[in-house]
Design a protein around this ligand. Sequence first.
Ligand SMILES: C[S@@+](CC[C@H](N)C(=O)[O-])C[C@H]1O[C@@H](n2cnc3c(N)ncnc32)[C@H](O)[C@@H]1O
Length: 266
Amino acid sequence: MGTYIHGYLEEEQKRLLEQAGFLNSLIYPWIDLSQSKNLLEIGSGVGGQTRILLEKFPELSITCVEIEARQLAQAKHNLSKFQDRNVELIQQDASQLQVDKKFDSAFICWVLEHISQPQNVLERIFSHLESGAIIYVTEVFNSSFQFFPKLQGLTEYYQAYNSFQIQHGGNPDIGLQLGNLLHQAGFEKIELITGGFHLDQSQPEKLKLMTDYWKSLMLSSAAEMVDSGIIENTLVKRMESDLDKLATDSKAVFFYQFIQAKAFKP
Ligand SMILES: C[S@@+](CC[C@H](N)C(=O)[O-])C[C@H]1O[C@@H](n2cnc3c(N)ncnc32)[C@H](O)[C@@H]1O
C-alpha cells in the first residue's frame, strides 16, 4: 500500500469536497449508473463523489470503503442530508477488501494513483461484483500536463510533486494503465476515454479558476514535501507565483488530461 501524499488535515478534507464539485461537469457526463442498485465506492474520502452519485442516481445504494477513519468521520458529516438513502461507510484497506455482499457496480475516482498494488484492489473489487456488473474508474495522467509560457518554479515543483508520489508508492500516470489493469483483473468490454482541460486567454475566467484549483492541488502536498526535505519553501512560493502569472499572461495555455475507464465483469 502507498502512503497517502495529501494528508488528512481539515483544509485538505475541505479541498477534496470542493474538488469533486469543481470537476463534476467533466467527470460525470460519461458515467451512467441509472441501471444500478448497489454501488461499491472505493476510496470514498470525505464523500465528495458519494454526494454527487447520490444526487445523480436517486435509486442507488452506496457502500463506501475508505482506509482512513478521519475521512469517514468527515464523510458522515458531509452525507448527513442523505439520511433517507442507503449509505454504508466501511473502514477498510481496499487491497484486502472483504465485504459480506456482492455489488452490481463499482466506482473509483483519484484513488489507484495512491496505491502501490492497484492490481490487488481491482481483483478484490472483481471478486465482490455480480456477473454483468459495471465498473467506472477515473484516474490521473500527470505527464499530460502542459503549460505555456514555460515557468521554472512550476516546472520544478511539478517534477518534485510527481517524484514524491512515486517515492510513496503511488503512480502519477496510473490512468495510462487502466486498460491493462482492468484486463488483468478479469474485466471485459473495457472502454477508455480521456477528459480534461485545454484553457487559454479566450476563456480568462475559466483559466483563472483552473490555476487557482491547481494551486490548491499542488499545495495539498507542500508541507509533507518540505518536511521530507525534497523541496524548500522558496519553491512552494515560486510555484504559487508562477500559477498567478499563468492566469494573467496574454499567451497562457493550460492543458491536462485525465483518463476514465468503463468495464464489465463477464
Ligand atoms: C484523493 S482522495 C479521493 C477521494 C474521493 N474518491 C474523491 O474523489 O473525492 C483518495 C482517497 O483514497 C483513500 N485511500 C488510499 N488508499 C486506500 C486504500 N488502500 N483503501 C481504501 N482507501 C484508500 C485515501 O485515504 C483518500 O481518502
